[in-house]
Ligand binder design. Structure first.
Ligand code: UDP
Length: 329
């Protein structure tokens, strides 16, 4: 079985992927600078602390370890932060990916699974989003991820480096065994904030906009369980190891849930009251983002197992209570 370098493997999706890689019989080396990740999430392979922009450190690691392929998560991933501080997003996301790909090319490595995002698509209409939809990102986060996708194509032309770009919709949930889960600082995502309100760590959850053109007026997103995302990464890796050509694939459940539906379901799952306050729309938020995940299903022989809203919230709640009880926001 292969030895895999997992950059950003101490983060939310990276740590869940490391667990499933291990279960599938692969070995992984986690490379993370711990700026956003958690050391205690590194449980399934050796850890090397380092920055993805540090080409020298990456080359030393690749000299020492016999790596066969890379799953590249290490990046900054907040839309709002990218608008306020674009420079750091270009530096870490684009500069970091460039340093990594050059180190891989210099070591003759040619297989990369890349963590991309539905933010590359930009403002969209009512339909489900397929991969043929023209990317037109509207914030620096989406622009930097699209730049990395294009960089991967350039490295393929120059060095024959094959890649699978996985464009995630809304990652949520947690490992059902409770070994890892979501812990962002600061937290801006809907589901952990709703669970904070259910736990009493926050007074209420804000609903950003109730006048969208959707059934109940609140914004609709495609929530996908982090374990389903992690499973897709393992499939994408095996696909590249088996010689598959480069692909770009959407990862979502294919179903939309509105902010109001998420809150209602969280009340049901937790059995707790959850107070809400109406707030203005968040700048840059489209009304509806729902994936057409058909291509990923076909190419990777993959489908979602835990991405119904009830299971996502049950798994997230179990983790959230265990991790955050007694901790103030
Ligand atoms: N949202 C909200 N209140 C919050 C956080 C998020 O109403 O406190 C909404 C947000 O406007 C979006 C949806 O919930 O429509 C999902 O937001 P999240 O930040 O979780 O993910 P995003 O879709 O921005 O990647």
């Amino acid at each position: 079985m292969a030895k895999i370098l997992v950059t950003g493997g101490a983060g939310f999706i990276g740590s869940h992927t490391a667990k499933l890689l291990n279960r599938a019989g692969h070995r992984c080396v986690v490379y993370d600078n711990l700026s956003r990740g958690h050391l205690e999430f590194v449980k399934w392979g050796p850890f090397r602390q380092g920055d993805v922009r540090d080409g020298g450190a990456l080359c030393r690691l690749l000299d020492m370890e016999k790596i066969e392929a890379v799953i590249h998560f290490a990046a900054l991933a907040y839309v709002g932060e990218s608008v306020i501080a674009p420079g750091v997003y270009y530096d870490v996301n684009v500069g970091g990916t460039c340093a990594l790909l050059q180190a891989l090319a210099d070591h003759g490595l040619d297989k990369v699974v890349f963590s991309s995002t539905c933010a590359v698509y930009g403002e969209l209409s009512d339909k489900s989003i397929g991969e043929l939809t023209k990317p037109e990102p509207i914030n620096p986060y989406g622009i930097t991820k699209l730049a990395c996708e294009r960089m991967l194509s350039d490295f393929e032309r120059a060095y024959g480096m094959r890649h699978v770009c996985l464009r995630y919709f809304n990652a949520a949930g947690a490992d059902p065994d409770g070994e890892v889960g979501e812990d962002h600082m600061p937290e801006t995502h809907l589901i952990p904030l709703v669970l904070d309100a259910a736990m009493g760590r926050r007074h209420a959850v804000s609903i950003f906009g109730d006048d969208y053109k959707t059934a109940d007026g609140t914004a609709v997103r495609d929530y996908i369980h982090v374990c389903d995302l992690a499973a897709a990464h393992v499939r994408a890796l095996d696909y590249l190891l088996a010689g598959g050509p480069s692909r770009t694939l959407n990862l979502g459940s294919g179903r939309g849930a509105s902010v109001a539906e998420v809150i209602d379901e969280a009340r049901r799952v937790t059995g707790r009251p959850i107070s809400v306050v109406q707030a203005p729309r968040r700048p840059g938020d489209p009304a509806r983002l729902v994936a057409d995940p058909g291509a990923a299903g076909e190419v990777l022989s993959w489908s979602c197992r835990r991405s119904d809203l009830g299971t996502i919230l049950r798994d997230a709640w179990r983790w959230h209570e265990q991790r955050f009880s007694g901790r103030v926001v």
